[in-house]
Design a protein around this ligand. Sequence first.
Ligand code: FRU
Length: 603
Amino acid sequence: MKIFNPALLVAAALCAPALAWAGISASHLGSTNTMVRLTEPQRYLLLPVQEAMPDAKVEVLVNGKPERTLYVRLADTAVDYVVPLDLEPYRGQGEVLLNIITEAYRSRSREAADYVCWSAMQMSDTFDTQNTEKYRPLYHHTPLYGWMNDPNGMFYRDGEWHLYYQHNPYGSKWQNMTWGHSSSRDLVNWIHHPEAIEPDGLGTIFSGSSVVDHQGTAGFGEGSVISIYTSCAHSQVQSLAYSHDGGLTFTKYPGNPIIPNPREARDPNMFWHEPSGQWVMVLADALEHQMQIYTSANLKDWTLQSSFGKGYGAQEGVWECPDLFELPVEGTNERKWVLVCNLNPGGPFGGSATQYFVGDFDGKTFRCDTDPSVTKWMDYGKDHYATVSWSNAPADRRVVLGWMSNWQYANDVPTMQYRSANTLPRDLGLFRADDGQLYLSVKPSAEVDVLRGKAVAKGSFNVGNGKEKSFALPEANDGVCEIEIDYAAARGKQLTLTLSNAQGEELAMLYDADKHEFSMDRTRAGLSDFSHSFPAVTVAPTYDAQGKLRLFIDRCSVEAFDGDGRFAMTNLVFPTSPYTQLRVGANGASAKINSLKIYPLVN
Ligand code: FRU
């Protein structure tokens, strides 16, 4: 694949005539308005981005008719990377003209005509998505390029797990929300597809969900895929799109919006409720800190039935991205309903997080088992948000995926050509803990195990009394591995687990069996100067964990799971070079570890 080097492009462009460059000509009409005419369109126009710049508004006109508007941080003094504007739909259609409005205030010091972006724009038949950035995860889902936030509209069908996501195809910061699309047959290897749902006159495409309409209740045919999402412009309203090719391409319903709700409400999540024979949708009434529950017979006409949440759990920030599903309670015949509520800010360690409520649902109303004062978190790290589940998953599984970042600093993490990954897929269950309450169990989905290479295994050993044991992480695996440690024999002790690199950067974990807590300290784990909210110590209650821990390390993330799913913790880390060593110790008295395994992970 072609390696794109922005420096060469800029150098070449600077030697070219200022206003005409390989089929591109620019006319500067004023200090903030430039028109770019494409005389010989190729497949892509590569737009040069400088992330520190504000957005320029780019209107694409074909034969004078507005086709789309996008916002791009067009480069002023230097090109960080380029993004592709796909010209394929306009080829042979006539004149393609870009009417570009740059931010007014910039003209005070510099005229738009002086920006490097005009000469660095290039037409090309290819766009290089190969990414060699050192923090790019190996086995977590990431977009091919550009910004990503929430997972959206996930559904399973015919052996394929479909995943849509909030995508900015024109930069690595939040903007131009579009449903990107990937799919997988095993939840770890992802194929990337063209954008699935693009902005239209009703706005950009915010989060939402999809169902397989097996019976064709919506009138678009049996087995069609129906997605409902939030159209966001001046208001937030709910819109529907359907697919007849298994989720690759979508047609928007002409009657959109289907729910023109009066206040900010978003992220519709729907499912078929078998006992009442109807569709149910949960919609986040964001500023009111409640979830609205609607029902429908045909996915197009929805009736508001009830609301849940006022005064319940964490009430800060906005409530977003709901989900509602039933789960069996481990070791019983009981089934209970779980209402998932992502909120931002207001998480246990600042910023975004996922809380949930356990209770009953009768098809119209959700009733929570616990007092309003009780808050339960699905994950105790800082980087687990917008988590929702796959619809139509096989074998009664409830598989969820979260966005592995936090709105506090998501736009500023030290990557460039892409920004953000999703968590590992996780299977949920319910368990009753020693305190008598029901909690979600969270385990990495079994599919993840296929990544394991041959383990370096160590049988039982003692640590403590000032004695630590060191283990080398797989060098060839370059910041990627799984560590499984059975410390059940160390009950009552404080175990320390430290990942470190040659630079002396350390991620320090502590399992405190007395306090029933697991913590992760990333204050000295690597780069953190991009946000004062990044350094943190996160702490999880371990409930009745049996003393097995799985740690998944993937270049810029560490996910910790109790072996029985009693807690999960997801944190980003940016070590300046990969961690190469694990040290195991115990504060105070000697402690016995039953076993430790380090797996290289291969994808
Ligand atoms: C959550 C969220 C959603 C919204 C989307 C916009 O992260 O704010 O509520 O639909 O992101 O990108």
